[in-house]
Design a protein around this ligand. Structure first.
Ligand SMILES: Nc1ncnc2c1ncn2[C@@H]1O[C@H](COP(=O)(O)OP(=O)(O)O)[C@@H](O)[C@H]1O
Ligand SMILES: Cc1cn([C@H]2C[C@H](O)[C@@H](COP(=O)(O)OP(=O)(O)O)O2)c(=O)[nH]c1=O
Length: 214
């Protein structure tokens, strides 16, 4: 039985998810201690990290779009089995940087495979496990890409170098998913200052998970 809570962080590249997640974790850890589990996709375990390296390697230019979608889903399956499900089974609060909505937005809409097909394929991979809460960081594509290009020190990956039109499709798809799932998905204006974004995220997490903050 799943007794923990599962929260995913979603958004286009450069929205500031990872930056905010790090601050939120630093703020919540003193209170939640080992009740908090923080993880990311694609990755989180040996097999999924190996798949991540294949997907994001800029040398893999010949990768077919459906291959890419299947690899993300395969990495997700292993991540659920090794990390997410055990944590939920032991009552933890799981914060996950990206999940199924990323595949629907990036592969379904960005790569134009089709959002329904990618969602259905992910239902198979996840056996229907969806987050209890999703925090979506919304940002215009131009601003997100500008942040990546000007600030980022790590190597720019295969998806970051996609064209602006790709990133616009990704954002439009996220907005549609959010509109269709208002109960699960809370939208944050990611153009705000880092401090305001973090405070918004913490407010939502607190409001929706009061049982962890008694
Ligand atoms: N609210 C913000 N305002 C301005 N710059 C930001 C903000 N949040 C993050 N950044 C910067 O934007 C870049 C991308 O942030 P990152 O957290 O890696 O985004 P993501 O994980 O969503 O792709 C980083 O250089 C980061 O310092
Ligand atoms: C999980 C997932 C990620 N992605 C993409 C989004 C990112 O461009 C990339 C992950 O790279 P990463 O460096 O983790 O980016 P970010 O910090 O923005 O999360 O993989 C997909 O296309 N589909 C997916 O299902």
């Amino acid at each position: 039985m799943l007794i923990g809570k599962f929260i995913s962080f979603e958004g286009p590249d450069g929205a500031g998810k990872t930056t905010a997640l790090n601050s939120v974790v630093a703020d919540l850890t003193p209170q939640l201690k080992n009740m908090l589990v923080v993880t990311r996709e694609p990755g989180g375990n040996r097999i999924s990290e190996a798949i991540r390296n294949i997907i994001l390697d800029r040398k893999n230019t010949e990768m077919d779009d459906r291959t890419e979608a299947l690899l993300y889903a395969a990495a997700r399956r292993q991540h659920i089995v090794e990390t997410i499900q055990p944590a939920l089974n032991s009552g933890k609060l799981v914060l996950c940087d990206r999940y199924v909505d990323s595949s629907v937005a990036y592969q379904g809409a960005g790569r134009q495979i089709g959002v329904d097909e990618v969602y259905q394929m992910n239902l198979f991979a996840t056996a229907g496990l969806l987050p209890d809460l999703t925090i979506y960081f919304d940002i215009p594509s131009e601003i997100g890409l500008q942040r990546i290009m000007t600030h980022r020190t790590d190597e720019i990956n295969r998806l970051d170098v996609e064209q602006l039109s790709f990133h616009k499709r990704v954002r439009a798809s996220y907005l549609k998913i959010a509109e269709q799932n208002p109960q699960r998905i809370k939208v944050i204006d990611a153009t705000q200052s880092k401090a305001d974004v973090v405070s918004n995220v913490e407010k939502i997490i607190y409001q929706e998970n009061k049982e962890f903050f008694k």
